[in-house]
Structure formats: structure tokens, C-alpha cells
Design a protein around this ligand. Sequence first.
Ligand SMILES: [Zn+2]
Length: 370
Amino acid sequence: MRAGICEVMRRLCPVLVPKPLIERGVLLANIMYFDYLLAASITGVDENTANEEIEKLRKHIESLYKSGCEVCGKKVKDVTEYWDYVVTRERGIAIFDKFIPLCEKCLQAVRFDPNNKKEVKRAVKILAKVNKLKKNEVEEILEDLIRQWHLSSQIYEWKVYVDKLEDMGIGKKVADALLNSAASGEISIAAKRLTIFNPSGTLHKHLLYEDVDAICTGRYEASSVGLKASMQGIEPAWNNLSDHMEKLLTSKKFCKDEREAIRLLEGAWVIFVNRRSRAHIMGEALALARRGDLWSSRIETPVEPVEPAPIYFYVQSFVDVSMNKHVLEEIERLVVSNVRGVVEARFYPTSPEGGLARYHIFRYVIHSKL
Ligand SMILES: [Zn+2]
């Protein structure tokens, strides 16, 4: 356990965050950017408490940035979170311990890529020097730590404890709810984005392969896809749609590499709404995902308080018109009960160059009378 390691490495000891927790952003630092309205709606914590706790957390972390490196006093590069990660059978437990501000060099010793030999070697060197230990002693401890990290990285279900936040006068309601939701795998708050996963909205692989096949054999063309869409009240951006399908057919991988093809089939319906509506819609979307309803495969929004705020509703196949219609009906229901006026939803496909394309291929207008 890490506690044991820190007893030997008294001045500076490493922390390796298990992979699933990194991927879903299970760190307190990810909460300090949150729009409190969004955090409140997702967690069910009241808005005032959410606002207060996020502010206090942010101020606390910011004040540590202004202090010096806790080990050597140099300029702080990052505030490291010390957590204890305990694995029991199929489940993991993560217990927050403390924040420690560290300079660039000290950081290299505590947070390194366990798969990168060069980084590990560098960490050993610094840790030995700072803790006044022999290099081979440190090497042995790190080998053990890395072995534990590999094991804990296989665990996907975690429970998080952040009781220490209360001792620090920050309050733990929002952090507890958000991090536990991320630790269980229903959301991610990594990379300043809130993502709601909806496994029941995930189409079966063979359906996706059929769509790829239909495009590559010419059974689905821009004209037929566009026509089917317009019959469902979805307005195709004709030029963009045919350019996009042409692009897929001429891209090297689409018709040859099944995994790449499936990635490129995906796209997202994007709407822009005000912050408060965004918060309500995301809260309701999480409830829908928890119920296991079949629609958008994941829903994303930046966590920051931007105005207006975009929401991305992902659909796995842009040529699956009935799936898209189904997702739109759900978006419409969410919009009508939370937004006043006209909201335009635009569908952006995945670009062969990566990320969503800059052009949209479908459009759908929602009139809300609220
Ligand atoms: Zn330092």
C-alpha cells in the first residue's frame, strides 16, 4: 500500500492513479472548473452548496499553486493529490488523503508513466536522492508499486471517499457525488468534459458493419440517405452530405479497416442552450441513462460555465436514420421541457482527420413553447 511506501519515502513518495480512474477523471482537480449549476443538477446537491464547495475547492488548490514546492520550495508546477488505492476482489476503494504542491522536478518523481522505463529510471534517481535512500532500495519499492498499479488498473468499479475535504473546511457533497459517479463508470469528468455514458444506447456491432457495408457497396448513397432523413423531418445539408460520403469512400481506411469504419460512422447532434437549461438537460439525460433507455450512446458537454453551452448527443451511425430520429425525439423532449423558443440541432459527423467535422450534414429545428 502507498501508506507503507510513504513511511519509507518520507520526504517524497510516488502516487500512481489506476488507469480507469485517470480515464474518467476521478481527481478533485477536475471539479474546480465545474459550472456549479451543472454540478448541482447532475448530483442533486442544492445550487448554493454546490457553488460554495466548488469555490472553496478552487481557492484552496489555487492557494497551493501560489505556495512553494513542499519538498524543495521551488516554483509549483502542479498540485498533486495523494490518494490511497485499495483493491479488494472485484472492487477498488480510493481514499483521498491530501494535496501536495510540487515543482516540475519533484513531480517527475511522483507521477510517471509506469510503462516508460526512462521515466521510471528518472523517478528512481530523484526519489533516492530526496529520501536519502539507496537506488536499489527505491527500485525494489517501485517495482512493487508498479505491479500493484497494473492490478488496480484492471478494476473498473471503484468507490471513492473524500471525507478529508470536510476536515479542510471545503465540504464534500459535490465531490463525493461527482467522483463516485465517475468511479462507478456512469460518467467521466476527464479533460474538462462531462460525459454521460449510455451503454443501452450502444448499437450492436453487426448493425454498424452492415451500415459500413451498405456505404462501401454503394447501396447507401447521399441521395438515398438524405431522402430517408427528409421523410423523417430531418433536413439534409445536401452538399455537405454528399461531400462527406465521397470523403469516406475515398479515405484509405473506411472500406478496409472495420474499426476505423465504425469510428467514422459516428457523429453528434449538437445544440446550444443557456447554462441553466444545459444543467437541467444533462441532469435528465443522466436519469435516462440510469434507466437504461435506448438512445444517444453518450452525451457530452464542457464542464465550464460557458454561455451558451453546447451539448453533444452522440449517435453511432449517421446513416441509421431511424436511430437518429429516435435520438432527436428524445432531444426534443428534453429541449421542450427546459428551453424557451427555437433550438436548432445540427449533426456533425466524425472527420477522417479526427474529431468532429467542422461542417454539419443534417439539421433539425425544435420549437419550444415553454
Ligand atoms: Zn520540488
